[in-house]
Design a protein around this ligand. Structure first.
Ligand SMILES: [Mg+2]
Length: 285
């Protein structure tokens, strides 16, 4: 694990991928991947069940994204252009957890305002979650943020630290591994940024759709790999009593452990039903 922030900031050559990608050159705001339309509530099992039904109404991203020649070409180009620094050794036989940062594990708006300590902006249960899932998964963080900002934030949250021997981030990707994917849906052109898992799979062939899961608060990030996406509610309003009661990471952690223990091929799963699967697994124990 890196022990010094400056070492890490100087480290990865992923920054070089910026060259030639005009669509990615615009430096984005700290919270620009926050989308209020994805807002949900946290609460008891009743609310949990309601959320699941509501989220299941959302349309599955079409194959139009996965099959678009432009998108396929961009994945190939980015895969060839970037390098990914392995910060902590990948372990044989472990599936891969791809974890979003902003509004998934931290309230980025609160962090930006600077009124709270960085740790107070972390989603409740973050450290416990990382410890819990690291026993079963190698962990990659993928943020729409610039690498320097991403790593700085991870240090502030104490997610990256030399003393943490019970979890580790194996590698990180930033906005330079994202691109504006295109698709034609219902005769209409649409495009938005995506996190295409194939870029990771091209670099690390031990991972694929059978052993990768991607957790994010923005569904559109899953467009190239909808089957691997697990959508959770965005975390916001850090510092308030309501935010302190957020249990989303605890629940997702239980689900991740459950599927790692019981499923040898994640292609058999539909993460759209993760809330129900978690409840059923918990009731059986
Ligand atoms: Mg996010």
């Amino acid at each position: 694990m890196p022990t010094d922030l400056n070492d890490v900031l100087d480290g990865p050559s992923v920054l070089s991928a910026a060259e030639g990608y005009k669509a990615m050159e615009d430096d984005r705001d700290w919270v620009d991947d926050y989308d209020d339309s994805e807002e949900g509530e946290d609460g008891d099992d009743f609310v949990d069940a309601f959320l699941e039904e509501e989220m299941n109404l959302a349309a599955e991203p079409a194959d139009a994204f996965a099959n678009d020649p432009y998108n396929v070409r961009m994945i190939k180009e980015i895969s060839e252009r970037i390098s990914i620094e392995v910060m902590h050794p990948l372990r044989d036989g472990k599936p891969l957890l791809v974890l979003d940062v902003d509004q998934t594990i931290v309230d980025a708006r609160a962090l930006k305002r600077g009124e709270l300590l960085p740790q107070q902006c972390a989603r409740p249960g973050l450290v416990e979650f990382l410890k819990q899932v690291y026993a079963y998964y190698d962990i990659c963080v993928w943020s729409q943020r610039h690498w320097n900002r991403l790593v700085t934030k991870l240090f502030e949250l104490e997610v990256l630290e030399a003393s943490a021997d019970d979890w580790a981030i194996s590698f990180a990707l930033d906005k330079h591994a994202m691109f504006q994917a295109r698709a034609t849906e219902d005769g209409r052109q649409t495009k938005h940024l995506v996190k295409a898992l194939q870029i990771i799979w091209n670099h690390f062939p031990q991972y694929g759709p059978h052993n990768t899961i991607h957790i994010d608060d923005l569904r559109r990030n899953f467009a190239m790999n909808p089957r691997q996406g697990l959508h959770i509610t965005p975390f916001k309003n850090a510092g308030t009593p309501e935010a302190a009661e957020d249990r989303e990471l605890e629940r997702v952690g239980q689900y991740l452990v459950h599927i790692a223990q019981t499923c040898d091929d994640f292609r058999k799963l539909s993460h759209k039903h993760w809330r129900r699967a978690r409840r059923e697994a918990r009731n059986q124990t």
